[in-house]
Design a protein around this ligand. Sequence first.
Ligand code: PLP
Length: 227
Amino acid sequence: MSSVQTNLSEIHARIESAATRCGRKASEIQLVAVSKTHPPELIREAFEAGQRAFGESRVQDALPKLDALPAGIEWHFIGHLQTNKIRKVAGRFALFHGVDNENLAVQINRIAGELGVTANVLLEVNVSGEESKFGFAPENLPAALENLAPLPFLRIQGLMTMAPYSDNPEEARPYFAKLRELRDRLATQTGLPLSDLSMGMSGDFEQGIAEGATIVRVGSAIFGSRG
Ligand SMILES: *Cc1c(COP(=O)(O)O)cnc(C)c1O
């Protein structure tokens, strides 16, 4: 087996046991293989090993890969999207994880409408409040959702966050727990299901699963380090 194939089976086994430990089913959790910085050949290897969802974070790096690789791939945009790039990506990604401000969401809706597509999005939340992080402040979400929920070409599927960097994955858990609590509260307030929680990366996806992640974004544990 190639190392990508071996790594993928290990990640699946770890998702399975993390799910089992907290009484969940592994089938409730989608693995997005984060392929940013990696060449199409490596993505193809993962595809041939059965992986279907891949995550990219830069428009200019992603588009040539989308063009070169099989149409059966489900692409996720996980980065910070600039408004002047929306037109290039709308309709080409199954889900936008990093919608981090209201204006971006409004512009995505407008351009999706012009192109005749619907954009599936997750609102990125800066749960930790770190200055360096993108995302909505939790206290701004209720008003943002009220404004965004009626937009016809935007489907808000849930929330996404990144825990602060730490060597100890357990330190991520309280941030993931907060995202879930926030989602539960917002879903009750707005009546939107907000069913997806995208939280957990190579270092902390098991903690994400324990706190209710429905999507984990795993890069280096599958493809190796980005150098
Ligand atoms: C790069 C990246 C990941 C993957 O990180 P790894 O630690 O390599 O698993 C996940 N989510 C986002 C938003 C990223 O930018």
